[in-house]
Design a protein around this ligand. Sequence first.
Ligand SMILES: [Zn+2]
Length: 151
Amino acid sequence: MVQLNSEDVESHFAKGGTRRLFTMVRRALVLRCPNCGSRGLMKNWFKMVERCPTCGILIEREGNDYLSGSVMFNLVLAELIFAFVLVAYLLIVWPKVNWDVLGIAAPLGMAIAPFVLFPFSKLVWLAVDLALRPAHASELRDSKPQGVGGG
Ligand SMILES: [Zn+2]
């Protein structure tokens, strides 16, 4: 497990890391590689390629710790968005709330949200991780087809 100390993180963001973070999060929100911005990371909605086909960055950078952080981020993000939508709905329709519909829609929404947000949260998590721990050259594999660039 990689340790981060607060001085390293503050120093990184003082050197323009915030702009890089926003760029990478923006790429992640349109399901592109946070590192290079290329497409082609999705096999299907629930399965991603192991590495970016362009820059070669691992989508899951480390083992179990990275995956559990990604899953936790997905759940927190999904439930926060769900809570925001629920409160907005209540504020809009108050006091004429249809509690019968809400009693079905609320648990259904809570169950569905993490699946809908899965690829977005996974790539946003990668973007944040890359902002805090920039990729080393050893993490990037030359994944371009052999023989390209020969003039
Ligand atoms: Zn990439």
